[in-house]
Design a protein around this ligand. Structure first.
Ligand code: HEC
Length: 306
């Protein structure tokens, strides 16, 4: 797709502004960093030249044709013969690909049987149709061979899987190069530095306080300062609730509204409110949460299997 865009832009540039100017105006887009750019420009240039040459040739042919006809007409007039124009290439092609039975000969192909006055005209299939039919047979055989028998080309499901693999690889690279964007409930940690917690507090006050109260004491949403949790009180579990929300409740999924880093900060901030005993707290909901000795569930699993 990117290549096609470069190719078309190049063509457009050639047609309107010329090389120098397009290169100037386009320095902002990353398309122009493409190392193949010179190649596209050359190919685009050749393409334009070829099209122009073809147009000129077509025009010359037209003129020549006209002159030949003119000369023939004049000569036949001199010889006293009535000039009859030859059918054009297109009308010949039309006749050939349809191969109609002339109207006068239709009675020859009329079949004998007669259904209450309706009779059958045994016209043959037009050659363009049979031709197409044979092409589909050849195509089907080639398709069968390439896709199903020899596995040279990937079937749609395989193609889909390949693209998924490419996307996964890209996602992995992106995560590796940008760890902050890659925070999720499997690798979220409790952050302790003041700046991050202050950021978490701001997020909490702007987005969450309306339901959980400024002090976290709970209102529409549960009390976040006590030991009772509906969905677990580990940072992973809190992050998960914040990220995906709780379906069917007022707790929406915040993913997409708040960056993963901010979700980590606000989850950590919530944990700092534990035991702050705000006034008039909402009564406990859920179960008492006792932290497991290991912080990440992954290590617990590994230990369990040892
Ligand atoms: C529109 C109201 C509303 C807003 C805004 C809201 N919440 Fe909630 N929240 C709820 C409700 C309701 C629940 C309880 C869901 C349930 O019943 O499981 C909840 C549950 C939670 C829980 C799980 C509590 C538990 O007991 O397991 C956490 C953590 C939480 N919210 C954090 C947040 C954070 C962080 C924000 C801001 C980014 C936020 N909420 C914004 C309504 C809200």
């Amino acid at each position: 797709m990117k290549r096609i865009i470069v190719f078309l832009t190049t063509l457009f540039g050639l047609a309107t502004a010329g090389f120098g100017q397009t290169a100037d105006t386009a320095t902002t887009t990353s398309l122009w960093d493409d190392p193949m750019l010179t190649f596209y420009i050359v190919v685009g240039f050749i393409f334009v030249v070829v099209v122009l040459v073809l147009l000129v040739a077509l025009y010359m042919l037209q003129v020549l044709n006209f002159m030949v006809k003119q000369a023939t007409r004049e000569r036949s007039e001199r010889l006293g013969i009535t000039y009859q124009e030859e059918p054009s290439f297109w009308s010949k092609l039309w006749d050939k690909s349809n191969d109609f039975v002339p109207m006068e000969k239709e009675k020859d192909i009329l079949l004998d049987h007669n259904y209450d006055g309706i009779r059958e005209l045994d016209n043959h299939l037009p050659p363009w149709w049979t031709g197409l039919f044979y092409v589909t047979i050849v195509f089907a055989l080639a398709y069968l061979g390439f896709y199903h028998l020899s596995d040279t080309l990937p079937l749609p499901i395989k193609e889909y899987e390949n693209e998924l693999a490419v996307a996964e690889e890209q996602a992995r690279k992106m995560k590796a190069s940008n760890p902050v964007a890659a925070i999720d409930e499997t690798n979220v940690t409790i952050v302790t530095d003041a700046l991050a917690l202050a950021d978490g507090k701001t997020t909490f006050l702007t987005n969450c306080a309306s339901c959980h109260r400024k002090d976290g004491g709970g209102d529409i949403g549960p009390n976040l300062t006590d030991e009772y949790w509906k969905h677990g009180g580990s940072v992973q579990e809190i992050f998960k609730v914040v990220r995906h929300g709780v379906q069917g409740t007022n707790m929406i999924a915040w993913e997409g509204f708040i960056s993963p880093e901010k979700m980590q900060n606000v989850s950590s901030y919530i944990l700092t409110m534990k035991g702050s005993n705000p006034e008039n707290p909402k009564k406990p909901e859920g179960e008492i949460y006792t932290p497991k000795p290991e912080t990440t569930s992954d290590t617990t699993k590994v230990q369990a299997s040892l």
